[in-house]
Design a protein around this ligand. Structure first.
Ligand code: ATP
Ligand code: MG
Length: 457
């Protein structure tokens, strides 16, 4: 797996955000407590910005208490704040109810006393990274302590990821924003900042092809770093005379590893939807995706919400979505076996409605900047056993084979001299007998059966 580098290197394209950091530090230095909330998508540069805030605070004479919540293993309640403030981990309360409540208050008081002592000596900056994984007691502490200590020179910087977060952390951020905390919604890096990052990493100016590929990260610095590190490691870029020339048309394995990590956090259904969506253009109509999956509208919308919340797709207009990052689209495409992709593309091409909708919906800015490449790897889903095909009638098998080749119901009907209604009737029975739910699964099952048949020869 691609291990993310520590959030180091020169900070690019965040002048406005640095100004907000200076402002809250000034408030705290003047003797009042101040809170800065930072949120943004995965890999957008939150930790890097936090590191810049911490450096600035140290530079301005603040003492620093750095805390970080962990996803796994989850530390005991309040442990991250305790560690950040240099305290030994709090004990765990024996029993719940009043005893538990009393223990929690005692722990909060201990944190308050410790912070108060530090702040009596000079301004303090307390930071918490990855607050989306903070436990309930830590969230309670972060709501209470800044109020208790409002008259002290303390700057609190709370950072959270906005993907799949917990409603409790939503509540905390909303509360503090309502009470006047400053907030930075960290967005993508601008194009010129991306060029600067490339220059910093490769010590060279990128050629047009490299720039175009880097823009496939849609301003996400984590993807840009994975791209550059990967290209360098795999010999995909040549640096000479101050110019960096792209040698490979395909993003490196490191980008695929980052994207795989993101995609594996989705539910299996959402992953399947994403695999199928990649057969359409970068922007596509939700209806067309539903048709391709063979799912009714409400069934396709639920996983789409999940994918949108994960920032992998973005809305372009009503009922039209687009892949947010070309690099992600390419990496997702690499997950789909070539034969399945070809069958899906034939289905897409065979349905006139798709091209009409896409031509109308896809603004030029969301077009792919370089063509997709496809890896012929197996998707690894369980397939119906080859014998299960034997229970199909001749008519059902013929329909199944034609549909698996990418023909629409209407085309199958014309070939077999049947009505489209009869084709769809046969198809439903095929789905039921094979235990599948869509044309995509049927195509996969057909490929699997063919491979099985060949291997038995
Ligand atoms: N403004 C920037 N200029 C240059 N490099 C950056 C910038 N922001 C982030 N990076 C680099 O991009 C990578 C990802 O950044 P970072 O770890 O801060 O993202 P993150 O939002 O904290 O990710 P996560 O959601 O996983 O916590 C790091 O290598 C970091 O150094
Ligand atoms: Mg981070």
């Amino acid at each position: 797996m691609y291990t993310q580098r520590p959030s180091t290197g020169r900070l690019r394209g965040r002048a406005g955000e640095l100004k907000s950091i200076l402002d809250v530090l000034d408030i705290a230095a003047a003797g009042r407590s101040a809170i800065l909330l930072v949120d943004g998508a995965r890999g957008i540069g939150k930790t890097r910005l936090l590191a810049a805030a911490e450096d600035q605070a140290t530079h301005n004479g603040f003492s620093l208490a750095k805390a970080r919540a962990d996803e796994l293993p989850r530390p005991p309640p309040l442990a991250s704040l305790y560690a950040g403030l240099g305290l030994a981990p709090p004990g765990v309360a024996g029993g719940g109810g009043a005893a538990g409540q009393g223990h929690m208050l005692a722990c909060l008081e201990k944190l308050a006393v410790r912070t108060e002592k530090l702040a009596a000596r000079g301004p303090v900056c307390i930071t918490l990274d990855d607050a989306q994984w903070a436990d309930s007691t830590t969230i309670t502490a972060l709501r209470a302590l800044p109020l208790w200590l409002a008259e002290y020179p303390i700057c609190w910087v709370l950072v959270r990821r906005t993907v799949g977060q917990d409603p409790r952390i939503d509540w905390l951020f909303a509360e503090w924003e309502h009470l006047g905390a400053s907030r930075i919604a960290l967005g993508p890096l601008a194009d010129d900042a991306i060029t600067d990052v490339i220059g910093d990493v490769l010590s060279a100016r990128p050629d047009g092809a490299l720039l175009a590929m880097a823009h496939g990260a849609a301003g996400n610095p984590l993807l840009v770093r994975a791209l550059l590190d990967g290209l360098r490691a795999e010999g995909g870029v040549a640096v000479a005379g101050g110019r960096a020339q792209l040698l490979s048309g395909r993003p490196p394995r490191r980008v695929r590893e980052v994207v795989r990590d993101w995609v594996m956090r989705l539910s299996p259904t959402a992953r399947h939807v994403l695999d199928v969506a990649v057969s359409l253009d970068r922007s596509f109509a939700v209806d067309d995706l539903g048709d391709l999956l063979g799912w009714p509208d409400e069934q396709v919308r639920r996983p789409l919400h999940e994918i949108l919340a994960a920032d992998l797709l973005v809305p372009v207009e009503k009922d039209v979505l687009a892949f947010h990052h070309d690099l992600v689209r390419q990496a997702v495409a690499d997950r789909v076996p070539a034969a399945v992709r070809i069958a899906l593309c034939r289905q897409v091409a065979g349905t006139h409605r798709f091209s009409a909708v896409l031509a109308a919906a896809a603004p030029s800015r969301v077009k792919m900047r370089y063509p997709l490449g496809w890896a012929d790897e197996c998707a690894g889903r369980p397939q119906p056993a080859t014998e299960e095909w034997d229970v199909l009638t001749d008519g059902e098998r013929a329909v199944a084979e034609l549909v698996a080749q990418g023909l629409t119901n209407r085309e199958v009907a014309a070939r077999m001299f049947l009505s489209p209604h009869t084709v769809s009737f046969h198809l439903r029975k095929v789905y039921r007998k094979l235990g599948i739910r869509s044309r995509v699964e049927l195509t996969r099952a057909s490929i699997h059966r063919e491979r099985d048949r060949l291997s038995r020869r």
